[in-house]
Design a protein around this ligand. Sequence first.
Ligand code: PEP
Ligand code: MG
Length: 369
Amino acid sequence: ADGVVDAVAGALDQADRVRRLEVRANADTPEDAARARRFGAQGIGLCRTEHMFLGDRRQLVEAMILAHTDAERERALDALLPLQRADFVGILTAMDGLPVTIRLLDPPLHEFLPDHTELAVRVATAARPDPHDVALLDAVERMHESNPMLGLRGVRLGLVVPGLVAMQVRAVAEAVVECRRSGGHPRAEIMVPLIATVEELRLVREEVERVLAEVSASSGLTVDCPVGTMIELPRAALTAGGIAAEAEFFSFGTNDLTQTTWGFSRDDVEAAFFSAYLAKGVFPVSPFETIDRQGVGRLVESAVAEGRAARPDLTIGVCGEHGGNPESVRFFHDAGLDYVSCSPFRVPVARLEAGRAAIAAGDGPGAAV
Ligand code: PEP
Ligand code: MG
């Protein structure tokens, strides 16, 4: 067994010497971040903040989204702020010195709202319905969506719920201050999900800059986080040149980009029609697994070209599931990305594949010119 371990370590070492793609991990907790680091991740390419709003915090999230008054919403946001700050201190500490891309909240809304049917039954069957339940039902009905994955998610939620972006950015900035005061070297980046138009990014960016300036002034430390965006809608990919003007980095969200390019719901990839399609050979493997070079791949290539033309120093990565899929890693190398980000357990495979891709293309850092 030791021989195998040594052989794997040797292969990884060799791959690391030749590869040009950086390999980061998708991790949302300090434990996952530490694991990713042990597997050789060079940063966190995607820290999803959704899970930080579940469990005990659901009540606060409900109050924030369904608030009837500004005061109610502000109270919920004030209560969430220190919890978020502690989340970010944990993950920045685990990844000290390495980049951590923190993505602003991107939940499908129905995951956070109370169950509509349950609530409706409770109101309908109560002898005297609780006024709180009645108001809640009314709010939930107003926000009900037929297609939550195409609904009030990502940047849309951030722009619709006043104070949400500011709370998350303040939590990031205050966590950076706290880590620096304890002698750390936190490198937080802020990433905006589900952008379709540069206007959305511009609005969020203004908010980010305002909050960073406030925290810098009150702490006496200059807090400066790069701001970038996910590219996960065809419209964003097709207008990448304009979007690059407001983004320091791009990260392709190929899960959503596959869903929206094909018009297949991510939630239904296990559905009967999908396997029938696979069996008929409409596609040889699921496009959610291996990058679809003809469709999604071309959107990626065009966005890379437009983005870099507009901003030559633009950093570009991918953080969809494809980031850890061997064939897709080769594609991302050839497309000229700077990094792939995948789940911690797939980091070693991504390192190997990035090395093989550089050798196959003859353009790793050690390649002869
Ligand atoms: C994606 O869409 O590829 C992505 C990484 O974001 P999420 O899976 O969280 O939607
Ligand atoms: Mg996504």
